[in-house]
Design a protein around this ligand. Structure first.
Ligand code: G6P
Length: 478
């Protein structure tokens, strides 16, 4: 039986299966996984996650009780759940990614969506089943009074289901996303909104990345549930139970990141990139091709910058890395296409024989991203809304002198705002002006700011972040 458990949709590894049935394992992506994978092995945590693909399902089916570590994989203690594909698809794509993600990132095109009809209600049933499958697995694996840390918007119902099953457990929930203000959150059908809020309130401790997202969650509980909120004491009391609210701004393990970025594969990418761009200045962005990352407005800002500043023609290159993400959703496929279209227009307008103003890359390549960070003069991070944004934190750790142009709507702005150039992500001209300001900022000034940014970015590395959440569950154990 385990005393500390973590549950998240995406696990630390994923598998691909070749035509001849050979399984290959690789590291999972995204902020949550990068934060947690380094640390769970060390503290002896059992991680429970879902099988996301056919490759994952084949791996699980060969593992006793879904325990991949017991099937010989070097994953740390890991149980992967083989949830029926149709249920998984409705829970993950339709509810988590097309509904809860859209609500908390304010992504709807309101005149046309959302539309909550009978189809949605079937999808919601699947989301319940999927959350129930996690609760069941956790209830089976957890020892008496074990501490369970449930992660993110995929698993908002799990805390309440698990508590009903195992009242002895200490349960935490952590949201890696922003939280929507009540007037936007209440786009959800009333009973769904309630179930999500009450699901999280099933935990003893509900964690958020910033004060702002924690405040929005408290507002939703107050206005939509009529819960009693103690803002100073950071508690929510609803139907006789009290949930504590915590703010844990996840940061980066600076030493580990620097070590990784010093490896030969990163160095050779640097050499290759340098050959490609010469001694031109570099504006870098690195994102999943994600609606909330605001890549198109970022490109439009670069275009406006080029239009306003012909003196920079031939002297600057924008490296935009936009890695594939959530391609099962049509909105994401269309978004990727519009990123590519916009990039092409910039090329058509400005490229010359010996100058490529923009290099857009849509293939995932971690060492090449690290190389780009190290070479950046300007790092552009302009999400519409973001829980934290670890790119904004990783960049300053790796680049000796990069200036950070940062959206005020990213959670990271709470800690990095003083030393970044903050922008309104919808203001294309404002972003263009910030790119220029970043490029002309004297190098000593950029270095001073970078030092403070790097210090803030490493203030709460994943080890400490996890420990803080575990401590938060100890309060009534004496
Ligand atoms: C965000 C979420 C994570 C998620 C990641 C990647 O960081 O908070 O929970 O894993 O995006 O998204 P994906 O859908 O590929 O898991």
């Amino acid at each position: 039986m385990n005393s500390v458990l973590v549950a998240s949709n995406r696990g630390p590894v994923s598998f691909t299966v070749s035509e001849d049935g050979v399984l290959t394992m690789k590291r999972g992506g995204g902020g949550l996984v990068s934060g947690l994978s380094g640390v769970t092995k060390d503290v002896g945590v059992l991680w429970v996650c879902a099988a996301l693909s056919d490759g994952d399902r084949s791996a699980v089916r060969q593992a006793p009780g879904g325990r991949l570590d017991q099937a010989g994989y070097e994953t740390g203690a890991l149980r992967m759940l083989d949830i029926p594909p149709a249920t998984f698809h409705r829970a993950y794509n339709a509810v988590a990614n097309s509904t809860l993600w859209f609500v908390n990132h304010l992504l709807y095109d309101i005149p046309n969506s959302p539309r909550f009809g009978t189809k949605f209600h079937r999808e919601w049933e699947s989301y319940r089943d999927y959350n129930g499958a996690f609760a069941l697995a956790l209830a089976e694996e957890a020892g008496h009074e074990a501490r369970v840390m449930v992660q993110d918007y995929h698993l908002t119902l799990t805390p309440a289901i698990l508590r009903a099953e195992r009242p002895d457990l200490r349960i935490a929930h952590f949201s890696h996303t922003p939280w929507a203000p009540p007037e936007y959150f209440s786009l959800l059908p009333d009973e769904v909104a309630r179930e999500v809020l009450e699901g999280i309130l099933g935990a003893d401790h509900a964690g958020f990345l910033t004060e702002r997202w924690a405040g929005a969650f408290m507002d939703c509980c107050q206005f939509l549930l009529g819960a009693e909120i103690d803002r100073a004491g950071r508690t929510i009391t609803h139907e006789g139970r009290t949930t504590r609210i915590g703010v844990h701004p996840l940061g980066v393990d600076g030493a580990a990141l620097r070590d990784r970025a010093g490896e030969p594969d990163v160095e050779s990418h640097m050499t290759a990139l340098r050959e490609q761009v010469g001694d031109r200045r570099l504006i870098v962005r690195i994102d999943r091709t994600e609606l909330s990352k605001n890549i198109v407005r970022g490109l439009l800002a670069y275009r406006e910058f080029l239009a306003a500043h012909p003196e920079w023609h031939g002297r600057v290159v924008h490296l935009a890395f936009a890695y594939p993400s959530r391609h099962d959703l049509p909105e994401y496929r269309e978004y990727t296409a519009s990123v590519q279209r916009c990039a092409q227009e910039i090329e058509d307008e400005y490229a010359t024989e010996d100058w490529d103003p923009l290099i857009l890359n849509v293939n995932d390549d971690y060492p090449r991203s690290l190389a780009a960070y190290r070479m950046a003069d300007v790092l552009l991070v302009n999400p519409i809304r973001d829980g934290m944004n670890l790119v904004a934190k990783e960049g300053p750790i790796l680049s000796p002198t990069a200036a950070l142009v940062l959206s005020r709507e990213a959670g990271a702005a709470a800690e990095l705002g003083d030393d970044a150039l903050l922008v309104n992500p919808y203001d294309v001209s404002g972003t263009a002006a910030a790119l220029h300001e970043a490029l002309v900022m004297p190098v000593e000034e950029r270095r001073r700011r970078r030092d403070r940014l790097a210090a803030a970015a490493t203030a709460l590395p994943p080890q400490k972040w996890l420990a803080a959440q575990l401590d938060a569950l100890n309060y009534d154990l004496g």
